[in-house]
Design a protein around this ligand. Structure first.
Ligand SMILES: [Zn+2]
Length: 56
């Protein structure tokens, strides 16, 4: 199922795609900060929301 990982603060989409990625990998890719609002994502799932992309 396609997956979407968004910043909890500004709702910026950090990752969207068919592959299941761990939030940690995505956070690591952005060096622990949201590229948009610069919020510390804390290298955990606390700073992001993960949504299944169901309907389009
Ligand atoms: Zn953000």
């Amino acid at each position: 199922m396609p997956q979407k990982i968004v910043c909890k603060s500004c709702k910026e989409v950090l990752y969207e795609g068919e592959l299941l990625k761990s939030p940690q990998d995505v956070i690591k890719k952005f060096e622990g900060k949201c590229p948009k609002c610069k919020k510390d994502l804390k290298f955990s799932t606390e700073g992001v929301d993960v949504h299944p992309c169901t309907t389009k």
